[in-house]
Design a binder for this molecule. Structure first.
Ligand code: IMP
Ligand code: MG
Length: 206
């Protein structure tokens, strides 16, 4: 007997699906695309071009803030033709829901940054507190230089003066998921950036 066809193949691209579903094809119905795969890839290429020319002739240590930066990190580093070291750092001020808590940095996985040109990469610049905390921490470790790059900057949300050196996309003040970004540790695997409806934000996950 043939296996049943995945319902998602026939599903309309709008309308409401079950919250917390793990299949991207089905999630397509729940979420609204804000940045498509094509737009994202073009934005990452532009970002890579700027980084590439700014760091020409130097070697770069790129530090991805876990976990949200994993997808943009993978796409960005494959476009950089520079001597490149790649590391990760864990920082969280974000408890998986909508509000921020105090920032904690677990730097155990981080490579040595003393006397290096370092670029911190995060998924989104929201209040800015995570990035500012990371920069303070990094500065104390004696790098040659530190800059920051983010995939998204959420307009109108910043609570700090600092702005990232590189921003791939500016987005309105909406809660977004996909392309690494999560809501309660779900949705990171979507290949595009999407908004969740307020009702979905209440529904998803434990
Ligand atoms: P900030 O410290 O307020 O700038 O928050 C940065 C962190 O909050 C990011 O690294 C994300 O993990 C999380 N965050 C902020 N806004 C969103 C969003 O719209 N979707 C998913 N995560 C978000
Ligand atoms: Mg994050």
């Amino acid at each position: 007997m043939r296996p049943p066809r995945a319902k998602a193949a026939d599903a309309p691209r709008s309308g409401k699906a079950r919250a917390g579903c793990h299949f991207p094809a089905v999630e397509t119905r729940l979420v609204k695309t804000l940045l498509s795969e094509t737009e994202l890839q073009a934005g990452i290429s532009r970002l890579a071009g700027r980084i590439q020319s700014d760091y020409a002739g130097r070697s770069l240590t790129i530090l991805g803030v876990m976990t949200g930066s994993v997808v943009v990190m993978a796409d960005l580093i494959r476009r950089l033709e520079l001597p490149l070291r790649v590391g990760v750092v864990q920082a969280s001020s974000y408890k998986g829901g909508l509000t921020s808590g105090p920032l904690s940095i677990a730097a155990e996985l981080m490579p040595d940054v003393a006397d290096r040109d370092v670029l911190i990469l995060d998924d989104i610049f929201d209040t800015g507190r995570t990035m500012l905390g990371m920069l303070d921490h990094l500065q104390s470790l004696g790098p040659r230089s530190v800059r920051s790059a983010v995939l998204l900057l959420k307009e109108g949300r910043q609570e700090v003066e600092y702005r990232p050196d590189y921003v791939a996309f500016r987005i309105p003040d909406l809660f977004v998921v996909g392309y690494g970004l999560d809501y309660r540790d779900q949705w990171r695997q979507l290949p595009y950036v999407a908004t969740l409806e307020p009702s979905d934000l209440a529904d998803v996950g434990p």
